[in-house]
Design a protein around this ligand. Structure first.
Ligand code: FES
Ligand code: FES
Length: 161
């Protein structure tokens, strides 16, 4: 049995300890927002947070989640209280097909958690997910907008998100 917290709830799962966390999240916990793209840590579609750090869950065995705090896109915010990254994504109308977007938002939220004012270079070095639809330009605008929202409204800050 492997125990961890996901989106604020404690769970226990009885699976092979080497099962990728992505499949535990999607198939056992039934949280479908985290996507499968490449399966080899190359595209970022499966990005989640483990103890607030961005992790590619397709290549992260569930055994490493023991005792940790996991967050998926479902736990980032909600309609009543969206995370600043989600607000910015909506304002800038970033998604096209949408498939890659949860991974990008989770990667961005993790970046802003540890660096609330990233430079263009910081963004280039950290947001290295792949978008088949090529939404990179609008994504960059949305990251900048998320920084503004986060810094202008402390009550909505990412640390509280
Ligand atoms: S599916 Fe995990 S990085 Fe592509
Ligand atoms: S919005 Fe379609 S893959 Fe990124």
């Amino acid at each position: 049995m492997i125990s961890f917290e996901i989106n604020g709830q404690s769970v226990e799962v009885n699976v092979d300890e080497n099962t990728p966390l992505l499949w535990v999240i999607r198939d056992i916990l039934n949280l479908k927002g985290t996507k499968f793209g490449c399966g080899k840590a190359a595209c970022g579609a499966c990005t989640i947070h483990v103890n607030e750090e961005a992790v590619r869950s397709c290549s992260y065995a569930v055994k490493y989640a023991e005792g940790k705090k996991i967050k998926t896109i479902e736990g980032l915010g909600n309609e009543e209280r969206p995370h600043p990254v989600q607000k910015a994504w909506i304002e800038e109308i970033v998604p096209q097909c949408g498939y890659c977007q949860p991974g990008f938002m989770m990667a961005t939220a993790a970046l802003l958690n540890r660096n609330p004012n990233p430079s263009d270079e910081d963004i280039d070095n950290n947001i290295i997910n792949i978008c088949r639809c090529g939404t990179y330009y609008r994504m960059r605008k949305a990251i900048r907008r998320a920084v503004e929202i986060n810094n202008s409204k402390p009550e909505e800050s990412i640390k509280n998100g």
